[in-house]
Ligand binder design. Structure first.
Ligand code: AVI
Length: 325
């Protein structure tokens, strides 16, 4: 799967999407960027995925955070007060565990979620301010996958950047390293990052998590075609494509694909594209990298982070890393 080349990032959102879709679908093999999943319907489907019995990811990370929140906040704060930055506003539920622990220590906490979606940020702000007195939410509408800057911290405060939910796993290794380097360069000595990574485990657990019995992940994957039909006038027949989740041991990742069940032609008039699919040909829609022990630590070190704490669950399925800037 090729990744979005830099010039695309400077385009307006609709042009960026058109350019990315065109680039991916004229490629061989065909691919689409996984950020296309997250329109309103896709975000709702992802919320449903996080509650599926097969999708252990969210539950396992939440368990670690619930058990370790005080420890994490104390280690990040040291002798100072803590303020929190979160990359993405989607993981409110787990972040609240950390915010509660921070408020216990210092009465008031500044929380700065960073997300491209103003709506997601407004919802997070409303929920958190209503539920956790003492938290002041200062949202930032920004694409944190590009260059990333932070204002100086409040006097006497350290920052902890929260990047949980295994979101790092949806980036190619070189992109993940670049993202962490950007975060590192926006931080000061004493600040830290809290990174949640999903770990390699037995193949059937991994495959079930990305191909659940209720078919929610299949709907999530196909939602990308629904979007192309609606936003670009495409004529994808959803029943003519099948959801496929594949474990790729060489790259240590789950891949999601949409496989053409038949030989077929698809038109996307607004992009002036006429596509041909062979029976069995796929569109590669997502990679979800699963880290091996020691790999996240090495990635953090290569991005310039220093001493770390690592917490895992008793099955060793998920890792939460706190690393110092
Ligand atoms: C958002 N991200 C961490 C999810 C993952 O597990 O890679 C996206 C997802 N794709 C299918 N199920 C969930």
């Amino acid at each position: 799967m090729t990744t979005i080349s830099l010039p695309l990032n400077s385009l307006q959102p609709d042009k960026r999407m058109a350019a990315a879709v065109t680039e991916g679908l004229v490629s061989q093999p065909k691919w689409l960027p996984s950020w296309l999943f997250y329109d309103a319907a896709g975000s709702r489907l992802f919320d449903q995925i996080t509650e599926l019995p097969e999708y252990y990811v969210t539950r396992t990370e939440r368990g670690i955070l619930s058990q370790r929140a005080e420890e994490i906040v104390a280690a990040a704060a040291g002798n100072e007060a803590l303020q929190l930055v979160e990359l993405g506003a989607g993981s409110c539920d787990k972040t609240r565990i950390l915010l509660r622990a921070a408020v216990e220590r210092q009465d008031t906490v500044l929380y700065e979620p960073v997300d491209v979606s103003a709506t997601a940020l407004a919802e997070a702000q409303q929920r958190i301010e209503a539920e956790i007195p003492g938290v002041l939410v200062s949202p930032r509408v920004e694409d944190y996958t590009h260059a990333f800057t932070l204002d100086p911290p409040l006097f006497g405060h350290r920052r902890m950047v929260i990047y949980i939910g295994s979101s790092i796993g949806n980036f190619e290794p070189h992109e993940a390293a670049g993202l962490l380097r950007n975060v590192r360069s926006a931080l000061r000595a004493g600040d830290s990052i809290l990174l949640g990574v999903d770990l390699v485990k037995d193949q059937s657990t991994l495959l079930d998590a990305y191909d659940d019995a209720a078919g929610v992940t299949a709907d999530f994957n196909k939602n990308i075609l629904v979007r192309l039909n609606r936003e670009f006038g495409a004529n994808f027949d959803l029943d003519a494509f099948a959801h496929r989740a594949v474990w790729n041991p060489t790259h240590s990742r789950i891949e999601m694909h949409l496989e053409s069940r038949i030989g077929q032609a698809v038109q996307i008039p607004n992009l002036e594209l006429n596509l041909c699919f062979r029976r069995g040909e796929t569109i590669h829609t997502e990679n979800s990298y699963k880290y091996r022990p020691g790999q996240a630590e090495a990635l953090l070190r290569s991005a310039g982070f220093g001493a770390e704490h690592t917490w895992t669950d008793e099955r060793g399925w998920f890792g939460v890393h706190l690393a110092a800037a």
